[in-house]
Design a protein around this ligand. Structure first.
Ligand SMILES: [Zn+2]
Length: 262
């Protein structure tokens, strides 16, 4: 009798433990099921507000165009200096050639006094120009391409390695006989964009009192505004431009434009 009671108690005790453990598992399972059920619903739910883009790209640097001396050339203000740029991959009529005035007028309208975004394609060409793709502020089509599209310039394919947008723009301009394509003049369509517009009549310039047309000295104008002569250790070092008309302070070592002090 005692042993039966003992067994019953024992069994009850075992049973109660069994039941509580089972109950615990059931609660756990129910919890899991509930949790599982809510997960997909949460994922499917659209986020209430779009996540603000934290990593938006920095605003591109804009430069003011202060001079357009020729249809494919522009000077911009950068760090207080005047930097000479050449529109990359295009050839333009020269001063004494047909459609020069039209090309220059268009370039001035597109650029002069405006802010531009620059994409440097070549840091320094042999003439000391930085060759660039130029975008007037707010424009998605480059000035270079617009010049070709209007027939104010031609595509220098060798320079751009047949840049697609330029090639397409030129096909259109040729078809419409725009600008230079309406002329029978023999332009130098193959001409390198490295050839700087040089005075064709140096003797005339000399007569007008412009000096140094023969051997003009190219100075190194650094971006911090120091001017170095060709003999200086800082010549062509770091960021800067080669120019015959530098702006800034003469270097204390080489003397810049003044030359070494004696
Ligand atoms: Zn120097």
């Amino acid at each position: 009798m005692v042993s039966i009671v003992k067994r019953l108690i024992c069994n009850d005790w075992v049973l109660s433990i069994f039941l509580s453990v089972l109950g615990f598992f059931l609660v756990c399972l129910a919890g899991r099921a509930q949790a599982d059920a809510t997960v997909p619903a949460k994922v499917a739910e659209p986020s209430p507000e779009p996540v603000p883009a934290k990593d938006s790209p920095p605003a591109p640097l804009l430069y003011e165009v202060i001079r357009v001396p020729e249809p494919g050339l522009l000077h911009v203000q950068a760090a207080g200096l005047e930097v000479r740029l050449k529109a990359w991959g295009i050839g333009c009529p020269r001063r004494d050639q047909p459609k020069y005035r039209e090309a220059l007028r268009f370039a001035e309208e597109e650029l002069l006094g405006l802010k531009v975004k620059l994409e440097v394609k070549r840091e320094f060409d042999p003439d000391g120009y930085k060759q660039v793709l130029v975008y007037a502020e707010g424009n998605t089509v480059s000035f270079n391409r617009s010049m070709i599209a209007k027939g104010h310039a031609w595509h220098l394919e060798k320079v751009t390695k047949r840049h697609g947008p330029f090639a397409l723009a030129q096909i259109k301009a040729k078809r419409e006989r725009s600008g230079v394509w309406g002329e029978s003049f023999a332009y130098d369509f193959e001409g390198s964009s490295d050839a700087a517009p040089k005075p064709t009549l140096p003797s005339l310039l000399r007569a007008q009192g412009i000096q140094g047309s023969g051997a003009r000295i190219m100075y190194w104008q650094s971006f911090v505004g120091k001017v170095h002569g060709p003999s200086c250790a800082f010549y062509s070092r770091g960021s800067g431009v080669l120019t015959p008309n530098p702006q800034g302070r003469d270097c204390g070592i080489c003397g810049g434009r003044q030359g070494p002090r004696k």
